[in-house]
Design a protein around this ligand. Structure first.
Ligand SMILES: [Zn+2]
Ligand SMILES: [Zn+2]
Length: 385
């Protein structure tokens, strides 16, 4: 079977791999039929990866980066892809939650659902999955190379899902699969940055600082607007500003990706999806007293500027951390379905699954999506969008 691999920065190829097999009674084998590129994969697939590797060698990045992703990071061949909607094609005898033919979303983080971390909702830190090779790893993820586990990538003909009763989230009836192409990671990441806070602050003013976490910022802005919040979306990309506006946010242009205006307004909820160093202090200084600043971006430098004195006097909460899709995927899928949220506006460009090497490597598109027909054809086709 085919598996999409990153061979070197900017070079993606299908490689021939053995078909996956059930290894445990609660494993499932799935066949992805929708896949989309995570914002972080754009970095890996471009020459930016060379810069990251250089910075890692020069010890300019936090040491946890090497521990988590290896040195060099994403060493080729590295199976890629960690966002998909898939069809279940085989289940082990202990799998009862899903059956063959079910359409499911697979979280990008592997989790057991039963350990202490999983029970607290911190499924991205599942200790069972991180120790399943006998040695504890910082992460247990799909599509990030061997340092994150033996799971392979989701842009493949088939792949194995451990802990399938917990991991697999069935699509709600009537939900378009292309709409939730990114639910495994980026869509859920955008959701968790705003929805829990807006429950306590229904009329909050929200600022989303867009940038290199390209789709996460757009999903966060659109979801917040759909919740009824007043949302400003600040970015330097005309394309992303237009998408944010189409999702109900108010677009505000900034001078450049690395350049920010003086913070002049304050917001109860701020999301830093800039993924550039100056985004952190700007976002913190834009957070109203008592507000929350969420940072889904990866700021990898060994030291990051955090204006603590400003935070003290404004009494804000800064939350930096991982998304835990294994804990909230069913809630996210139900929310998208019930609110008829047009998530596909963030990722309207759909390519044939066979064209993955080209489509995945493009810099032009915010978020490429791959599609092929599922084996059972009770679903809409890509032509809908
Ligand atoms: Zn990702
Ligand atoms: Zn666990």
């Amino acid at each position: 079977m085919r598996e999409l691999n990153l061979l070197a920065p900017g070079t993606l190829r299908w490689l021939d791999r053995p078909e996956p097999k059930l290894l445990r009674d609660d494993d499932a084998i799935v066949r992805p039929f929708v896949a989309s590129r995570c914002d972080s994969e754009w970095t890996a697939a471009s020459s930016l990866l060379r810069v990251l590797r250089f910075c890692s060698r020069a010890r300019l990045l936090d040491p946890v980066f090497r521990d988590a992703f290896g040195a060099p990071a994403f060493a080729g061949p590295c199976a890629v892809g960690h966002e998909c909607v898939a069809e279940v094609v085989e289940v082990g005898p202990a799998v009862a939650a899903v059956g063959v033919g079910d359409k499911v979303v697979v979280p990008f983080t592997v989790s057991c659902g039963d350990c202490d971390y999983c029970r607290r909702g911190l499924t991205a830190k599942c200790v069972t999955a991180r120790r399943d090779s006998g040695q504890e790893r910082p992460l247990a993820w799909y599509g990030h190379g061997s340092p994150t586990g033996p799971y392979g990538g989701m842009v493949s003909d088939f792949f194995r899902v451990p802990y399938a009763n917990h991991m697999l989230a069935r699509l709600p009836h009537g939900l378009e699969p292309l709409r939730v192409a990114a639910a495994s990671d980026n869509l859920t990441d955008g959701f968790r940055c705003v929805v829990p806070h807006l429950r306590h602050r229904p009329n909050a003013r929200v600022l989303v600082v867009g940038g290199l976490a390209r789709s996460v910022g757009l999903y966060a802005a659109g979801i917040a607007a759909a919740c009824g919040a007043q949302v400003d979306y600040l970015d330097s990309s005309p394309e992303r500003l237009a998408v944010a506006e189409a999702l109900g946010a108010h677009p505000k242009e900034r001078p450049g990706l690395l350049r920010f205006p003086r913070p002049s307004e304050s917001y109860e909820v701020v999301v830093d999806a800039s993924n550039v160093p100056a985004g952190v202090p700007f976002s913190i200084r834009s957070t109203a007293p008592g507000g929350i600043c969420e940072v889904p971006s990866y700021h990898m430098a060994a030291y990051t500027a955090v204006p603590l004195m400003h935070m003290t006097l404004t009494d804000i909460t800064l939350h930096v951390g991982l998304s835990h899709p294994g804990a909230i995927l069913p809630e996210v899928l139900a929310w998208v379905h019930d609110n008829d949220f047009a998530a596909e506006k963030v990722a309207p460009e759909v390519s044939d699954f066979d064209d993955a090497p080209k489509a995945y490597g493009t810099k032009r598109v915010t978020k490429p999506v791959l599609y092929r027909a599922p084996l059972t054809r009770s679903l809409p086709t890509a032509a809908k969008y």
